[in-house]
Design a protein around this ligand. Structure first.
Ligand SMILES: [Zn+2]
Length: 289
């Protein structure tokens, strides 16, 4: 992997806050815990504490294709999704949040980054070992010391875990008092495994999940057109495939031609009732000081 000055800094800062994912004792660069014996391993610049198994990433047929595309396209994958997906993310969600930190000083992590690298100074954590990932880990057991992060983002991750409360508790543990998280979750979206898909969130349900934090705000993160469009694409592929799973899989990509309609959400996210059928919500929270 190419080393940049910022990249080196990111790795060095990671080593300063490294802790055993099981017992949270400080870990030295050998990655072996002197207290409980848990070990990680190095894979180039990447630290690996065990993420998804190969079987988990290939269990769902659509996710199998997604994983193949992610591995082939690497950082182009997020751009491809932005183009083809029926979901129009509200502009200016993540970048302004990151700009609210001094990233040269504040350590901020992307919890479940996938193939995204949002900034060279942001720590990339994921269960998959994609090229951009700094730490491969179970997100419920982070190899980070208590209170080690100034902030974090979690974008479209919590629907894919069976126990969001455990993930949120771990975010709370690794944030320093006053540290902030930005979290995007879906509300009106069809099933999409990555590698699994377990639940959706309403606005009040989301506030409830983050009860241990101070909620700074909840906004519509993707509007009702996105909510309707994805369902419509699934519906069209089902109606036109006349009961054939094979035909459904051929027709579904053709329905992506309708995806540009999602641009209507640039207006509709501002409707006072947009939360009724929003595709997703974004919550910003702060760990009480
Ligand atoms: Zn340990």
């Amino acid at each position: 992997m190419q080393q940049t000055i910022a990249g080196t800094t990111r790795q060095d800062r990671l080593l300063e806050v490294l802790a055993c994912p099981r017992c949270h004792a400080r870990l030295d660069p050998s990655l072996a815990c002197a207290v409980c014996g848990t070990t990680g391993r190095r894979d180039g610049d990447r630290l690996d504490f065990g993420g998804f198994g190969e079987g988990e990433l290939t269990a769902d047929p659509l996710n199998r294709i997604k994983e193949l595309v992610k591995t082939r396209l690497h950082r182009l994958y997020p751009a491809a999704i932005r183009l083809l997906s029926p979901v129009q993310e509200r502009p200016g969600l993540v970048a302004p949040f990151l700009r609210s930190f001094d990233l040269d000083r504040d350590l901020v992590a992307d919890f479940g980054c996938g193939t995204h690298r949002r900034d060279e100074r942001v720590l990339c954590l994921d269960g998959g070992s994609y090229g951009n990932v700094d730490v491969v880990t179970d997100l419920r057991r982070l190899p980070l010391a208590d209170g080690s992060l100034a902030g974090g983002v979690s974008i479209a991750v919590l629907e894919h875990v069976p126990d969001p409360a455990a993930h949120i508790a771990e975010m709370h543990r690794v944030l320093r008092p006053g540290g902030r998280m930005l979290v995007f979750v879906p509300f009106m979206q069809p099933f999409h495994a990555s590698p699994y898909d377990f639940q959706r969130f309403t606005e009040v349900g989301l506030r409830e999940q983050f009860g241990a934090f101070e909620v700074l705000g909840v906004r519509v993160g993707a509007g009702p057109t996105s909510g309707m469009l994805w369902v419509l694409q699934e519906w069209l592929a089902m109606v036109l495939s006349l009961g054939s799973k094979r035909l459904y899989r051929l027709i579904l990509p053709l329905t992506w031609l309708l995806s540009p309609l999602k641009l209507l959400d640039l207006l509709l996210v501002h409707h006072p009732m947009a939360a009724q059928a929003a595709s997703g919500f974004v919550i910003e929270v702060r760990k009480p000081a």
